[in-house]
Ligand binder design. Structure first.
Ligand code: NAD
Ligand code: UFG
Length: 339
């Protein structure tokens, strides 16, 4: 039996595929490379010394997706495929709703057709909206999302709940990620978005490596330790392992819908992240204070108790590890580019 990983050449997907292969799982990956590149496939094989099936498939393409189920015996799916840029989703809402929601519907219909009823879904802390508490627990429920990207996540969660209500033989696990950063220790895979990055760590990486002049710190008048935004950063390898734990637990669970936060429970400010990156890597990250970014809030931090208690999962890696691994990865990328 195989695990299908959609979006498996992306940032979180590729790290999860590595962990699955290292756990001796049979893995089938689909991706359309809209935000990743084919060379990740070889990198994963290089890291693990293991093989897996890959299909270049857009999950919107029902025929091709069915072929994947036809040719493999898939008993569970980890569903990463989706568009994820918050700002872009405001400019292109129809594209985001179509790709993320229709893509998920096609996937779920295909799963149902092949009697595969076990799914782990990449949700996000963004579904909490702005609940105004220090730590977000799952019991808060979904709040008001502030952009089409976040709305797709909230809508897919609701679709999954409704699906279970209609057919309670499904096993559904929704994982709400906080802020994934870092990279595999090999330096072979990581997060390197095309163009100007939207997110903090990819931006820091490009400034540190000299590709961008300076970082803009969006606001220093928040109600936080030093006035800059606080987030709960999680190492992508810890996050990947959260999927392994969730999937193996799901196998033992009764059918149902399960939701877990994947975060560390510790907040880190923008300035703290910059300082740590500079210190552990002995590099400079020039920055300036800029106005607040619309839609940002002071603090986003997980209450990770439920994942600890029920999945026996918690983060292992520190902010220092995340900064070291991100730097190791981007130095490699830059070396390859300049040779
Ligand atoms: P990513 O963009 O690196 O990976 C997503 C992958 O899905 C890419 O390889 C892309 O090519 C592929 N993809 C997109 N649409 C597709 C389609 N229609 N058919 C086939 N493949 C398709 O993003 P990531 O950071 O690895 O995120 C993975 C998932 O986790 C996404 O659903 C994202 O929304 C969610 N998530 C990410 C974060 C974050 O900060 N990175 C936070 C919360 C949730
Ligand atoms: N920031 C800067 N400068 C930058 C980029 C970001 O100061 O150039 C600040 C932001 O203002 C914020 C912090 O760094 O305070 C983190 O910002 P990111 O853009 O890295 O991450 P967000 O918390 O805004 O959002 C991320 C993902 C979302 C996901 C959310 C989950 O982009 O998709 O985490 O909490 F939903």
């Amino acid at each position: 039996m195989s695990i299908l990983v959609t979006g498996g050449t992306g940032f979180i997907g590729s790290h999860t595929v590595v962990e699955l292969l290292e756990n001796n799982e049979d893995v089938v990956v689909v991706d359309n490379f809209v935000n990743s590149s084919p060379d990740v496939i070889d990198k994963i094989k290089q890291i693990t010394g293991k093989d897996f099936s890959f299909y270049e498939v857009d999950i919107l393409d029902r025929e091709k997706l069915e072929k994947v189920f036809e040719e493999n015996s898939i008993d569970s799916v980890i569903h990463f495929a989706g568009l994820k840029a918050v700002g872009e989703s405001v400019q292109k809402p129809l594209e985001y709703y179509h790709n993320n929601i229709t893509g998920t519907l096609v996937l779920l219909e295909t799963m149902r057709k092949y009697n595969c009823k076990e799914i782990v879904f990449s949700s996000s802390a963004t579904v909490y909206g702005n609940p105004g508490v220090d730590k977000y627990a799952e019991s808060l429920g979904r709040g008001k999302t502030t952009n089409p990207y976040g709305t797709t996540k909230a809508m897919i969660e609701k679709i999954l709940e409704d699906l279970y209500t209609s057919d309670n033989s499904w096993k559904i696990c929704m994982l709400r990620y906080f802020n994934p950063i870092g990279a595999h220790k090999s330096g072979l895979i990581g997060d390197n978005p095309n163009g100007i990055p939207n997110n903090l760590m990819p931006y820091i990486q490009k400034v540190a490596v000299g590709e961008l002049k300076e970082l803009s710190v969006f606001g220093n008048d928040y109600n936080t330790v030093d006035g800059t935004g606080v987030r709960d950063y999680i190492h992508v390898v810890d996050l990947a392992n959260g999927h392994i734990k969730a999937l193996s637990k799901l196998k033992t669970y009764n059918p149902g819908v399960y939701v877990y936060n994947l975060g560390s429970g510790k907040g880190c400010s923008v300035l703290e992240l910059i300082k740590t990156f500079e210190k552990v890597n002995n590099v400079k990250v020039p920055y300036k204070i800029a106005p607040r970014r619309p839609g940002d809030i002071d603090v986003v931090c997980a209450d990770p108790t439920k994942a600890k208690e029920e999945l026996n999962w918690c983060t292992q890696k520190t902010i220092e590890d995340m900064c070291k691994d991100s730097w190791n990865y981007i130095k490699n990328v830059s070396l390859i580019k300049n040779n």
